[in-house]
Design a protein around this ligand. Structure first.
Ligand SMILES: [Zn+2]
Length: 325
């Protein structure tokens, strides 16, 4: 008997139906963020919860996500909220020389100046300028946060670092609750890792280049003897580095720059300008250059990373992931 024209045999139709179902995606009901999607029929099994990330995927929306497993159809990645997501497209980056980590983001504003300036804004703007400067030097740079509408848990930031195994990490912040302003030196603080000599050297260079660049501005700076320059901050509870992003085993030199005080209106006004942001970025680039000139160029092994939870918990209900695609 002849089949009606255009009708395929039943087994082929069933196969086609199955294939089209497989490319549909569905929101994972266990997660609140819109980005946490998985294939309806995943070709690649989800990775174990403690899977180690290798490389990052820059998704079509610009989000940087550590890759836990991948094949030609897509990748299982960690979202900014430290959830698991399946992403079908993006640009893969396997390694970086320098990771820049602009602090805060989205609803996590960081410090807020009396002028209304939210810390997350200059943190990102200056990180982007630092990236341009370092890339001109031929460095491969990845920035953990690429927009102001979302934030990342400390665990995700740390996992990006680990997945890229860079030579150094700069976490870019700005300060608050500073000492009373006075004419003289800026009170720039740069925090280094307790047990890492390279981290201390990097912090020394950065404190010197930032203070030197800021000293050209004739304003009253928040400054207090003993609370300025390169330093460590230790947790009274644990005896470890207070800041989560610094708590590695020390094989990747990491520092936090707190270059200017948003709590000082004069410094906040400067931080709102493009010219001052460029001054700070240039000073950070100069500090990194000075460090790399002296640093041992030998490649280092990936760190035995301990993903201490710090900052908001990884599964914070109020953490909303951005769209990944
Ligand atoms: Zn901050």
């Amino acid at each position: 008997m002849r089949r009606p024209r255009g009708r395929r045999p039943l087994p082929i139709r069933l196969l086609l139906l199955l294939a089209s179902a497989a490319v549909l995606v569905a929101v994972d009901p266990a997660c609140t963020g819109p980005a946490t999607v998985r294939p309806l029929i995943p070709w690649l099994a989800p990775p174990a919860p403690n899977a180690i990330a290798h490389g990052v995927l820059v998704t079509p929306t610009g989000v940087v996500a550590p890759i836990l497993a991948s094949d030609r159809g897509g990748a299982w990645v960690r979202t900014p909220c430290f959830r698991l997501a399946w992403v079908k497209r993006g640009t893969r980056i396997d390694a970086a020389d320098i990771v820049l980590d602009p602090g805060h983001g989205g609803p996590e504003l960081g410090a807020v100046a009396p002028t209304g300036l939210e810390e997350k804004v200059p943190n990102l703007a200056i990180a982007q300028r630092v990236a341009v400067g370092l890339e001109r030097d031929g460095q491969r740079v990845v920035t953990t946060r690429t927009g102001d509408a979302y934030y990342l848990t400390i665990r995700t930031r740390s996992e990006i670092v680990r997945a890229l195994n860079p030579r150094l990490v700069l976490s870019i912040h700005h300060n608050a609750a500073g000492p009373p302003p006075r004419k003289g030196k800026p009170g720039t603080e740069v925090f280094h890792q307790r047990d890492s000599e390279p981290s201390r050297v990097l912090a020394d260079h950065l404190a010197a280049t930032i203070v030197d660049a800021f000293s050209r501005y004739d304003i009253a700076w928040s400054y207090e003897e003993g609370r300025a320059g390169a330093q460590v901050r230790i947790s009274e509870d644990t005896g470890l580095d207070y800041y989560g992003i610094l708590r590695y085993d020390g094989t990747i030199p990491t520092v936090i720059t707190e270059a200017a005080f948003l709590s000082n209106p004069a410094e906040a006004e400067l931080l709102a300008t493009d010219a001052f942001r460029q001054t700070e970025a240039d000073a950070i680039v100069a500090g990194v250059r000075a460090y790399l000139r002296d640093a041992d160029p030998a490649p280092i092994a990936p760190p035995a990373f301990e993903p201490f939870p710090a900052g908001p918990p990884a599964d914070a209900e109020d953490c909303r992931d951005p769209l990944l695609a």
